[in-house]
Write a protein that binds this ligand. Structure first.
Ligand code: CMC
Length: 428
């Protein structure tokens, strides 16, 4: 095994170099503190590998993304979301019987407990659907308390997995209906996973609703593209929360909350708001690019840049193509798409973005696609959550199957040294 040498105060310590199946190398520092008394310091975990994972391979320099070895481009073109979910969670593509059983298992859990319907009455009309989603997923644990056991059998894990994948679609669609003050629609199990979601979102009891196959296919692609992305902020949150042996429901709810932020999954909503602002101010993309470059302003070009991609985000490439096709098929002429394209062109010919390797990420075009599908802006991050759910589950399962220890990073303390307590009357 290759070794790295670390010299501290004239003492040399040898550390193992771990090599992944794609040749990635990492220094194993797990015994560093015991052997040297030192820890490492790496704010934002920019150079820290938190685990050894066999789920997703990502090469940010070359724009490569693979789930369980399969290129994202092939999965997006040929697969279904439930097939990809199975692949991520169980490690291999399902055969026909396995896929049929998995699909059947998910489909028969699409209803949520009738008592949960009452929760929707308690949220304010303007509640953000991500807040509803996180709390409803957490609430699922109260309906299935047996899932809180630390030592779940594989069968018990499987049923929780199916419940989560099935119910997230119902919970999400109902949160939209709640925000619109419209009656909820029950799931239709004769429909596909994506078709059923669209039905619950857009059907009304007063009229017939036919799922548009173009939209159904586009949604399938979007969910696949979002399904996993190795140790990102929300996934690390799921693994970390789950490492305390909190239930899968609790861990997933934590992941939803982490995804919500504008630097992560919340960026898709911010992209559309940014494009709308450009449009409202006359369409001057250069002004927005200048603002993003200005270090006096905290503004960033939303949908640009990525912690790991220093090249085109392969997901963004696919979404851009699907976006053109879907808008064409549906006969939609969205001026925001033209603004997005000129923004991309201006940014990618600007040395600020070129030097920092800031390319459009998955969120840059996904919002335009969601708009074309009729999904409101506030629901974009919920859609991301639905897509990311199988990845979160797979990562949680891997962490538990590998008996990983509780996550508990250390810190370098930079606060006050010891000082005596000052009585209130003596304080300035
Ligand atoms: N607009 C302007 N400048 C940027 C941007 C941006 N979108 N992104 C990064 N930079 C600059 C940043 O100011 C810094 O400049 P300097 O070296 O002069 O200080 C440099 O590029 C490196 O940025 P960083 O903040 O150190 O990079 P990071 O890896 O910590 O952040 C990021 C990654 C995604 C949070 C960041 O690029 C960003 O805020 N992008 C906008 C939000 C966004 O689109 N998020 C969605 C990410 S994709 C979906 C997902 O997987 O979550």
């Amino acid at each position: 095994m290759d070794k790295a040498k670390l010299i501290i105060d004239d003492q040399t310590h040898e550390l193992d170099i771990v090599v992944g199946t794609e040749g990635e190398r990492a220094i194993d520092i797990s015994n560093l503190r015991t052997e040297t008394g030192l820890i490492t310091s790496d704010s934002g975990f920019k150079s820290t590998g938190s685990t050894r994972s066999a789920i997703t391979f990502l090469d940010g320099e070359n724009g490569v993304l693979r789930y369980r070895g399969y290129p994202i481009e092939q999965l997006a073109e040929k697969s279904s979301f439930l097939e990809v979910a199975y692949l991520l969670i169980y490690g291999d593509l399902p055969n026909a019987t396995e896929l049929e059983n998995f699909t059947y298992g998910v489909t028969r859990h699409t209803l949520i407990h009738e008592d949960m319907k009452k929760f929707y009455e308690g949220y304010p009309a303007k509640a953000h659907p991500m807040g509803i989603l996180a709390s409803m997923i957490s609430a699922l644990s109260t309906f299935y308390p047996e899932a809180q056991k630390s030592d779940l059998s594989p069968k018990e894990v499987d049923i929780t997995v199916k419940r989560l994948i099935a119910k997230i679609a119902t919970i999400s669609a109902w949160s939209y209906k709640k925000s619109m003050g419209l009656p909820i629609m029950y799931p239709q199990n004769r429909l596909s996973y994506c078709g059923n979601f669209l039905h619950m979102m857009f059907a009304l009891p007063t009229e017939d609703y036919e799922v548009n196959p173009v939209i159904e296919k586009a949604l399938n692609t979007l969910l696949i593209l979002h399904a996993d992305h190795e140790q990102n902020c929300s996934t690390s949150t799921v693994r970390m929360a789950g490492s305390s042996h909190a239930s899968l429901y609790a861990a997933i709810s934590s992941g939803v909350c982490a995804l919500w932020g504008p630097l992560h999954g919340g960026a898709n909503q911010e992209v559309i708001e940014m494009l709308e602002k450009i449009q409202a101010e006359g369409g001057d993309v250069k002004k927005m690019v200048e603002k993003a470059k200005d270090k006096e302003s905290s503004f960033r070009l939303m949908g640009f840049g990525h912690r790991v991609y220093k090249n085109f985000d392969p997901r963004a490439k696919i979404i851009k193509e699907v976006c053109d096709e879907v808008l064409d098929d549906l006969g939609i002429d969205d001026p925001l798409l033209d603004i997005a394209k000129s923004l991309e062109e201006v940014a990618l010919s600007d040395s600020y973005f070129v030097d920092r390797k800031l390319y459009p990420n998955v969120d840059f075009y996904s919002g335009i696609l969601y708009r074309a599908m009729g999904i409101p802006t506030e629901m974009f991050t919920v859609m991301f959550s639905m897509g990311r759910l199988p990845g979160w589950i797979a990562q949680w399962k891997e962490m538990r199957d590998n008996n990983e220890p509780i996550s508990r990073p250390r810190q370098v303390y930079v606060g006050a040294n010891e000082r005596p307590y000052v009585d209130l009357k003596n304080r300035k």
